[in-house]
Unconditional design. Structure first.
Length: 429
């Protein structure tokens, strides 16, 4: 029996919600280990649609959810999400939701700075959601973050607010934005403390006890490898590490706890926001894929840019992400296309290269080298076994496996939870 860690291998929005929900039904505990409320999962359970940003997906299945120390928590957004899913019939209590007491908080000043900076960038916008995730992570590494445990110590909170405002108000004033008073932040924290503190605990201890008891743990990543602050398309990335190794540090468990790493990838590629995208399609095919795939961000509502499958990026993600197997989603979106292309390499300044460069200028100049294969006219939608797939669709999946040097262990053929083909059970690895 193994724990399972789920990460995205592209730029997020790969359909992790359905896969995590499918796996959560067989787990005991589901852990969020990085990111903030700038990433979302949409879960469809019967006639209910749950849109989650901070809450671990396992709560929908009645499992224990954990928000680890690697997550930055916007307390107002979290409480609004709890209220929303409670109204939909879910039970969220301190017994079912554990939040690491050393998780940093996102405060109103963080969102204000995030938005002011993005406005000041002009044509060089990164495409942040403006929700304060980046500034909150900056405070964490600069050792001035307000953490959940600080809410229980008014004397600690007092001097930490002074230090935090000294930094942020200087920046806000320099950007011509409105500054904050200590009273404003204190009032914000006073309001949320009674609701937030009951969920606070030493999550790593409880997780260690669960591991020793043989309980199955599912680690749920946000965003994806190509948005990793080290390994992604920097600076058009998120503010945390998104690779599977962070499941350990972001939850307080040892590296061995990560278990089987399942990388999620669409059968094509999408991206929200700014940044390089070598296989992006600006034609009717790109628009068709976007329409069929309902490609709009769960949290942002922004249309996703669409393009062909990039095997070079996925191969890199599989290597740096420690991927054991791939869950390939939305194969049905490609049904009926005459031809389908796969990026198998790049051209940069007239030379063939086989990996994605790190420098942003070079990333912007990269041109894809494609391999094109026939599409299929039959439908893959709703298939639950290999026997139900068109022969050409199977060839497409097998070619992807060869190019990314990782096995496809799970295949999703529609948004429905049970329309899934399982080749290898991650929990039994």
């Amino acid at each position: 029996m193994s724990n399972v860690t789920v990460i995205g291998t592209q730029w997020g929005d790969e359909g992790k919600g359905k896969i995590v929900d499918w796996l959560a039904s067989r787990a005991d505990i589901v852990v969020r280990f990085q990111g903030g409320h700038n990433a979302g999962h949409t879960l469809v359970v019967g006639d209910q649609v749950y849109k989650l940003s901070l809450l671990p997906s396992g709560l929908v299945r009645g499992k224990i959810g954990v928000i680890g120390n690697g997550v930055v928590v916007d307390p107002k957004a979290l409480m609004a999400e709890i209220d929303r899913v409670t109204a939909q019939g879910l039970t969220v209590t301190p017994e079912t939701l554990w939040i690491a007491e050393n998780a940093p908080l996102i405060l109103p000043v963080h969102g204000a700075l995030d938005r002011a900076r993005e406005a000041a960038r002009g044509d060089h916008k990164i495409g942040t959601t403006g929700r304060g995730i980046g500034p909150a992570y900056e405070d964490k590494v600069a050792r001035r973050a307000i953490r959940i445990c600080d809410l229980a110590e008014p004397e600690t909170l007092d001097w930490k607010l002074d230090e935090l405002l000294l930094h942020h108000n200087t920046l806000l004033a320099g950007l011509g934005a409105e500054t904050f008073t200590k009273e404003q932040l204190r009032d914000f924290l006073t309001e949320i403390t009674p609701r937030l503190l009951p969920y606070s605990c030493q999550a790593w201890d409880r997780l260690d006890e669960a591991r020793r008891a043989g309980r199955r743990i599912l680690f749920e990543g946000a965003q994806a490898v190509m948005l990793d602050v080290d390994h992604g398309t920097y600076p058009f990335v998120t503010s945390s590490n998104t690779v599977a190794a962070v499941a350990a540090s972001g939850s307080g468990m040892g590296p061995a706890a990560v278990g089987f790493v399942l990388g999620i990838a669409k059968a094509y590629t999408t991206r929200v926001g700014e940044g390089p995208f070598p296989t992006e399609l600006h034609d009717d095919t790109g628009r068709l894929i976007g329409e069929r795939g309902h490609e709009f961000g769960t949290n942002t509502g922004r249309p996703r840019r669409c393009g062909w499958f990039d095997a070079v990026l996925i191969r890199r993600a599989a290597r740096v992400g420690g991927v054991s197997g791939i869950a390939l989603t939305k194969l049905d979106v490609l049904d009926g296309l005459d031809e389908i292309s796969i990026c198998i390499g790049y051209e940069l300044d007239g030379k063939q290269i086989e990996s994605f460069p790190s420098a942003p200028g070079a990333q912007a100049r990269v041109k894809p080298v494609y391999e094109t294969m026939p599409g299929w006219k039959e439908t893959t939608a709703g298939a639950r076994s290999w026997a139900e797939l068109p022969a050409q669709a199977i060839k497409y999946v097998r070619r992807i496996e060869e190019l990314i040097e990782a096995p496809v262990t799970l295949l999703s053929t529609s948004p429905e939870r049970d329309d899934t083909i399982l080749m290898r059970d991650p929990f039994e690895d």
